[in-house]
Design a protein. Structure first.
Length: 153
């Protein structure tokens, strides 16, 4: 109703509610696909890893409502192609960030950096203040973790 679109028009383009969610997801998450493609063509330097975190953080910030919706509806998301896509992204991003030859503690730091961004978005959403400040604080911590891991190698 707020979009001034009739149900008939909506369901002409989308057969189910799930199709609507998948379409919105594809539009809002295209930057993550582009980020992964870009990063796979870059050397695994500290600067590349920092840039991956920065861009991923920005994508999460831009799609914050979608990511929260996915978090709150995990069972439904697993049944849709979105769940598989998200899982694949996480494995791809972990591989791009991980210090493959480094000690296990540094590999954990790299994985933790990625999930620090998620924690900032999902679990600190009710912290007083500007959500952008929270996103930037999580990015700073994630960048510190990647830097620690990279400098140890």
């Amino acid at each position: 109703e707020r979009l001034e679109v009739t149900k008939a028009a909506l369901y002409y383009h989308f057969k189910t509610k799930e199709d609507i969610i998948v379409s919105v997801f594809a539009d809002l998450t295209r930057p993550i696909d582009e980020l992964i493609a870009w990063a796979q063509g870059q050397p695994p330097t500290l600067e590349t890893k920092r840039e991956v975190l920065r861009r991923y953080s920005e994508s999460m910030g831009a799609g914050a409502q979608l990511f929260r919706f996915m978090q709150e509806n995990q069972a439904t998301m697993r049944d849709l192609s979105i769940g598989e896509t998200m899982k694949n992204w996480m494995f791809e991003l972990v591989e791009l960030l991980r210090t493959k030859d480094g000690p296990l503690t540094d590999q954990v730091r790299c994985v933790s950096a990625l999930f620090t961004l998620h924690a900032g978005l999902m679990y600190l959403q009710h912290v007083e203040g500007d959500p952008e400040e929270t996103r930037l604080a999580a990015l700073e911590v994630a960048t510190d973790l990647i830097t620690q891991a990279h400098e140890a190698v």
